[in-house]
Design a protein around this ligand. Structure first.
Ligand SMILES: [Zn+2]
Length: 300
């Protein structure tokens, strides 16, 4: 497998592309260099694969606490690691991280092993919290935090100023669409975040995964709207499927997030939690009825 990490420069920001342009489990990491200090954002497996001495930085900034986003953080044991306060518990222990995902046994045990062995999970009890609106001043270059929950509770965007690069983390603009399948995910929060992200003006929009960097707001909005539309599409397909009474087991087996042929270790749990979020709000709006405990049908 090719593991070459190519780079691209946007003012003070260097994008280090992961394998296959950062397709999962790889990702694209950013180095932001100011006059006085520099930070790395979301060190990926691409940084690990590179093998060469890692770029020197004064801190590690994480968009959220997920395995692919901290996979290279262990390369920086001597500098502070920063997370949004809502995701901070996830880096403090493996158990807390597993609670963030929320996969049931036996997947939890298998996934614990994978995040340690494949993604180099290293607990950091002294990781530091940031919050919405915080600004990291690197000397003539600033990074502003925008809390953007939904994917996880603490998921955040970073706006690099004055060069106007918006880092989108896992609002990855892919055809897969928004991921809200963890215990710490929330569909309504994700939709509010997408509406907020729609209003952000920047010159460059950088994603962690394979879409990479987009220049200009019009192409960004086109991608963002297609990405957001996946939510409505899942909901439409769910309502169609609920023309007959179905249980959550039926719904998970039918697959609305992954394709039936996708071999994903945790697919069942993700389908279950994602679609339970849709059912909860459709029930709240009177569009789905619970006929008896655990059995659902579309209303009307
Ligand atoms: Zn993620």
């Amino acid at each position: 497998m090719q593991e070459v990490l190519d780079e691209q420069q946007f003012g003070p920001v260097t994008v280090l592309y992961g394998d296959r342009r950062g397709k999962y489990p790889h990702g694209n990491s950013l180095i932001v260099r100011g006059r006085d200090r520099s930070l790395v954002i979301d060190p990926s497996l691409g940084l690990v694969a590179r093998g060469a001495p890692s770029p020197r930085v004064d801190g590690v900034l994480h968009s959220h606490c997920h395995e692919d986003h901290f996979a290279g953080s262990f390369l920086y044991p001597d500098v502070p690691w920063l997370f949004h306060e809502a995701d901070l518990p996830g880096i403090r222990s493996l158990d807390a991280l597993m609670d963030l995902y929320g996969y049931p046994e036996p997947i939890r045990a298998a996934w614990s092993k994978a995040v340690v062995e494949q993604f180099h999970f290293t607990p950091r009890a002294d990781a530091i919290a940031f919050e919405d609106g915080d600004v990291f001043d690197l000397g003539a270059v600033r990074i502003r935090v925008l809390h953007a929950p939904g994917h996880t509770r603490g998921h955040s965007l970073f706006h690099v100023e004055p060069d106007d690069v918006l880092y989108l983390g896992d609002i990855d603009l892919s055809s897969f669409g928004p991921y809200y399948g963890d215990a710490w995910s929330d569909l309504d929060d994700f939709e509010r975040t997408l509406a907020m992200a729609r209003g952000i003006d920047a010159r460059y929009y950088a994603t962690f995964h394979h879409i990479g960097v987009i220049e200009g707001k019009a192409p960004y909005l086109e991608r963002l709207d297609r990405f957001a539309a996946v939510i409505a599409d899942r909901e439409r397909r769910l309502l169609e499927y609920l023309s007959e009474p179905r249980t959550l087991d039926d719904i998970a087996a039918h697959r609305f997030v992954y394709r039936p042929q996708d071999q994903v270790l945790f697919a069942d749990g993700v389908e279950r939690r994602s679609m339970a979020l849709h059912i909860a709000r459709l029930a709240r709006d009177g569009r789905v009825r619970e006929l008896e405990p655990g059995l659902y049908r579309a209303a009307g």
